[in-house]
Design a protein. Sequence first.
Lengths: 352, 169
Amino acid sequence: MNEVEQQLSDLLRRAPGEPPHALDVDAVLAHEPRRWRRAGPAIGAVAAATVAVVVGVATGLTSTSRPAAPPASPTVTGVSTPPSNPKAAAMTRIEAAMRAAPLPPGARRAGHELPNTGQVATSTSPNEVRRTTWWTAPGTLAAAVNYIVRHRPQGMHVDSNGSALSKSGSVSSMTYDFATTPTNGGYGLELDYVIAPYQSGVAIRVDTWTVWAPIRPSWSYAPAAATSAQVTIVRRPLFKATNGPRPGAPTVARTLTGPDAQHLAQSINTVPSVAPEGIHSCPPPNLDARDTVVFHTAAGDLVFTQTGDGCSPNTAVTDPRNHRTTTFINGAKFEAIVLGALGLPTNYGHQR
Amino acid sequence: VCVLADAAGFREFVDAHLRDLLRTAWLLTGDWGRGEDLVQAALLRCWPKWSTIEVPRAYVQAAMLNVFLSWRRRRWTDEQASDRLPETAAPDALGAVEVRTAVRSALLALSPRERAVIVLRFYTDLSEAETARVLDIAVGTVKRYASDALARLRADPALAGLLTEEVPR
């Protein structure tokens, strides 16, 4: 290393300081993403209710979401109760959050978009719902930011912050993003600010947004009266490993009957729905990994197919007789249940 | 039993290396929150195959770099992450905040691949060949990225005074 490289190396070692947080190893071990921040706040039906409570506390408002009626058929146990209209419930939450959003004293609503306030966080999900308002306020950029941070709604933490620089190097805008903490793999709610110098004061853009999980259709629940369940686990390598660990494992095909099939049906029925993630960057898979469960009943079959690519796995449910398919069921949870039902390890197929 | 043993080993690894992984992730992302996301995403990718990984440190590091380079979306082009307000921050006695701010802004001005090369070469002390393997690029490409990035870091006003060339006598 030359002198400059050595100095750079020293700077890189000094610069980070100490990490402020620890990591939830249990979440990794459970294969539960803490959050899918870039693809949209990771969300689930159970947490949607949690968010409503958090915002309700912050705003003094009562959530208007109503518990869903249970699926008409078949009998289901252990299923969480999402709102009957999750999109409307999500809209209610972001409206409530907007009303609770702190603004510096003297802030006045602007009827139009204000300059230098266009840099906002978004998700890729088509199920994103968002409310945006613009405001002007007297005072400096720092005073506005300090006020907003100090008065942020209870239950929300600073998720990220940053500043944009103009070509001259001065701060042209600052952002502060607040978020609720998703629980149980659920979705959070964001309250985002962009604050920019404007005339003699500041311009403030406020966004509240979340992603709503669709209601899982009643027909997509595994039938409690299933006479048998045909389970197939495929872990076929897509590439020849040149060195290092070789993924893949023999295909496992087994038929569960009686109580075993019914227990699997009950377990799968606890899997919540998730929002579609939309188009986003995802690394290519190195394994053809598929889990298929076909429940047989006197009324026909119901097919669960997990073909996740490891980045955004969702489980498709198909009713072949009636040509119906839904795809937005949490694939990671489904996979864990199916592997567990066959007594296979959670890393099956990822071993040499 | 195998899974339980893997879990114990995995925890042991995370306990031993988390601090360094997070610091590496901070250098790559300039933000502790995103750094945590990055480390977790890498660990999530590695955990299912943990029992097959022979050199966990290198494997997790490579996974982290791959995840980082797959994060193409930036929230806006001129973002400069900051954990302080420009009008209110006061320098600490040791200048740690200045170093942190200068290094972060200089690294964020690099392309993700240049940043990855700089971090691997000068923070994790990988050789050019090792860096090339981790990033799955040619050694010559590593040299080019490193050379371009070093030139830009030297010219970065935020690092002025922190990187000084040895003057030949």
